[in-house]
Design a protein around this ligand. Structure first.
Ligand SMILES: *Cc1c(COP(=O)(O)O)cnc(C)c1O
Length: 428
């Protein structure tokens, strides 16, 4: 495969866009080389500017669960676009998608739409703080909740009392209100709660972590968080931006039967357009403006194009719940195949999966939190990534990312991928 035109386009982009990209992980910094420029995509495949066809395991980082350019979504967007793309006034469409989302997800009465997962998480935390009338939040190392200030936090010297910024521009004042915990470690959370009695408004968690590879919660972890929150007047926020409408119609709340107080959405809920949302029971949601005192707004929030795409996507998932079983079966097949060839080629690895999420880590230690995820051998990952690319297979250009299985992938695609992994891992 030749990636000549992509390299030229990247050089041109670098002149006018910082790093040539509008979101950093696209830049291939972790794997070397230059990013692939996409021309179009259909079903399971990307078509790049050099004329290569790639099997896509990123799928826009999650949204395209039914494959690219899914016809009902495309049609819905085209039809709506002809009628005007944004009004800044209410439309019936917003109520339709809200009602459908509320019917699919357990434990929520009302939902508000925003334009990204970042906005959803940022707004959910503000709502939680306003509602609970407390300032601090607990987040988990390695969980990603978008790029708003409160979440760009690393363990500080006094990690038990406060975090420190992990990006310039985040103030120490903001960082001190975010406490950092270890994923899958309830004792650690209990210690933080104990040390910050009556100060914690919310715990925000990816109920299945997907931004340090895929890390399912240990048995009892989410249940334990639920109990601690209930016992201490803390709101439990499930960030289901990645897992919502992906692991089940009702997300992780349905899959693992644990109730959250506030749920954040993004990715799949927008069908590939910029959409986020957060939802909760009425008592909490009515605390938002214009009913309540917590302010939150958006000029393009709920715009007809985004809502039409999201509605068409949710309708497709709602009508065909078997999709989640189909996706899990494909994931299990791929995992078993990769497992067999890596074993045969004597590679040290761990594969994590749940539903339609899978990640391959190049270390034999079980990957259960950020520390164990960070043990993966990045040199091996680089060879793996570029080897797959040469075979026409696109995974995320970072060892910390999950692969997303879509309904458009065929078993032939999966077999081809397993054979490619076999070939590449012989050269490690
Ligand atoms: C992608 C993601 C976000 C951020 O969403 P954006 O739309 O990129 O702002 C937040 N939380 C989780 C769990 C995500 O996977």
């Amino acid at each position: 495969m030749v990636y000549k035109r992509s390299s030229q386009l990247f050089a041109e982009a670098e002149q006018v866009i910082p790093g040539g990209v509008n979101s950093p992980v696209r830049a291939f910094k972790a794997v070397g080389g230059t990013p692939i420029f996409v021309k179009s995509a259909k079903g399971a495949y990307l078509y790049d500017e050099d004329g290569n066809r790639l099997i896509d395991y990123i799928n826009s980082w999650g949204p395209m669960i039914l494959g690219h350019a899914y016809e009902p979504v495309v049609q819905a967007v085209i039809e709506k676009a002809k009628l005007g793309t944004s009004f800044g006034m209410p439309t019936e469409l917003e109520t339709q998608i809200a009602a459908l989302a509320v019917s699919m997800v357990p434990n929520i009465d009302k939902i508000r739409f925003v334009n990204s997962g970042t906005e959803a998480c940022m707004s959910a935390v503000r709502l939680a703080r306003g509602f609970a009338k407390k300032d601090k939040i607990i987040k988990f190392a390695g969980c990603y909740h978008g790029h708003s200030d409160s979440f760009l936090i690393q363990a500080g010297s006094g990690a038990i009392t406060f975090g420190s910024p992990n990006s310039p521009g985040v103030t120490a004042g903001t960082a001190k209100d975010t406490l950092l915990a270890t994923y899958n470690d309830l004792e650690n959370v209990a210690t933080l709660i104990e040390a910050n009695r009556n100060e914690i408004a919310a715990i925000i968690v990816e109920p299945v972590a997907g931004n340090m590879g895929c890390i399912p919660p240990n048995k009892g972890f989410l249940e334990g968080l639920r109990q601690m929150c209930t016992d201490n007047g803390i709101l439990l926020i499930f960030d289901e931006v990645m897992t919502g409408f992906r692991l089940a119609a009702g997300g992780v709340q349905e899959l693992l039967q644990v109730d959250a107080d506030i749920v954040c959405f993004g990715k799949v809920i927008g069908g590939g357009l910029p959409v986020g949302a957060f939802a909760a029971r009425a008592e909490i949601m009515d605390y938002l403006a214009p009913l309540g005192p917590v302010y939150q707004a958006g000029t393009l929030s709920g715009n007809p194009l985004a809502m039409a795409a999201g509605l068409a996507m949710l309708q497709a998932l709602d009508a065909d719940r078997a999709i989640f079983t189909r996706l899990a079966a494909k994931t299990a097949y791929l995992a078993a195949g990769i497992n067999a060839v890596l074993k045969a080629n004597q590679v040290a690895f761990t594969i994590n999966t749940i539903g339609s999420m899978i990640s391959v880590h190049f270390d034999a230690t079980p990957v259960v939190d950020f520390k164990t995820a960070a043990k993966g051998d990045n040199e091996t990952f680089k060879k793996f990534f570029h080897g797959l690319l040469q075979e026409g297979i696109y995974i995320a250009p970072s060892a910390y990312e999950t692969w997303f299985i879509t309904d458009a992938l065929t078993y032939e695609d999966l077999d081809f991928t397993i054979q490619a992994v076999d070939k590449i891992s012989k050269t490690f």
